[in-house]
Design a protein around this ligand. Structure first.
Ligand code: PSU
Ligand code: MN
Length: 302
């Protein structure tokens, strides 16, 4: 039921570097046609670093690892594509429906296939007001129990970043700055929240993954790579954009899974497209960093 496609299977057999890539951001997180552009930029960045990209999705009864270009394009068109997190995998494979995998479901699949590293834009986390609504992404629990390192630019900007860090601590997930001592704020390089740990090279990151394994710790690691400086917004601007967007969604009375797409659309409009440009740039950069870490980890295991 986990269908590892030949190019990925061969790389894994040889102990070569592979990077798993989530697809919810492609099917549900970005508008068309920028979503397909994002997928292509991520795959190309992984290849440029000598690693094999493995996009993950649920298709025709299997969890597929290593989608073809046509399959990625069909997810990007996205008409009948569910958002698949861990709890959805059994039902979607049973019904044969298509699903784009979140960080949680992608990490789960990668862990089963023996892929050590994955990339995303921002991980899910605790929503603003999450202490009451209990809207906490399954991404956090999954990374707490699945041995896959996730390269991200922190958590989605619309979340409560401080509560997200608290829950990650509870779940035993190391949150490690990649060339930074600050938790990034997705569109901005710094959130103002400090991190306990940092690494400054792919080799250092790879050694941390190896050590986590040798200690017998069950879960993954979050490597937080700030968005590229050329396109990043500043921290105060992001906070004010998000506050305005949240207020607009409350005024509309939006709830549940309508909220995030509305907020992201609002941010893109209000910033004249700059949030979208940062989103694409950081997805590509995180894929590149993930490939470098996967390559360093593969050499370490040689
Ligand atoms: N960050 C973004 N856009 C996205 C996501 C994250 O900027 O679309 C996706 C990722 O796939 C992540 C998921 O795993 O949202 C988390 O969703 P939820 O909060 O519903 O668990
Ligand atoms: Mn949620």
């Amino acid at each position: 039921m986990i269908d590892v496609r030949p190019e990925v299977a061969k790389a894994l057999d040889l102990g070569a570097a592979v990077v798993a890539l989530e697809t919810t951001v492609i099917a549900h997180g970005l508008p068309s046609p920028r979503n397909l552009e994002a997928a292509e930029r991520m795959k190309a960045a992984v290849r440029e670093e000598g690693a094999v990209p493995a996009m993950v999705a649920v298709l025709r009864g299997s969890v597929v690892i290593g989608l073809s270009a046509e399959e990625v394009a069909s997810l990007a068109e996205g008409a009948d594509v569910a958002k698949a997190t861990t709890r959805d995998l059994a039902a979607l494979t049973a019904s044969g429906s298509a699903g784009a995998t979140t960080v949680a479901a992608t990490a789960f699949a990668a862990g089963r296939a023996g892929i050590a590293v994955m990339a995303t834009g921002g991980i899910g986390g605790v929503h603003r007001g999450g202490e009451r609504s209990m809207d906490i992404s399954a991404d956090l629990a999954e990374v707490g129990r699945t041995p896959v390192a996730v390269v991200c630019s922190g958590a989605k900007a619309v979340l409560d970043l401080s509560l997200t860090l608290e829950v990650l601590e509870t779940l035993g997930v190391p949150v490690v700055g990649y060339g930074t001592g600050s938790f990034p704020a997705f569109y901005a390089r710094r959130s103002g929240l400090g991190l306990e740990h940092r690494v400054d090279s792919p080799e250092e990151a790879a050694r941390l993954i190896a050590r986590q394994r040798r200690l017998g710790l069950p879960g993954g690691i979050l490597f937080c790579n700030p968005p590229p400086a050329e396109s990043a917004l500043d921290t105060a601007e992001v906070e004010s954009l998000v506050k305005t967007a949240v207020r607009a969604s409350e005024e509309k009375g939006l709830r549940g899974n309508e909220v995030t797409p509305f907020l992201l659309g609002h941010l893109a409009t209000e910033s004249a497209g700059r949030t979208l440009a940062v989103n694409l740039a950081l997805l590509e950069d995180n894929a590149r960093v993930a490939a470098r870490i996967a390559a360093a980890y593969a050499s370490l295991m040689d």
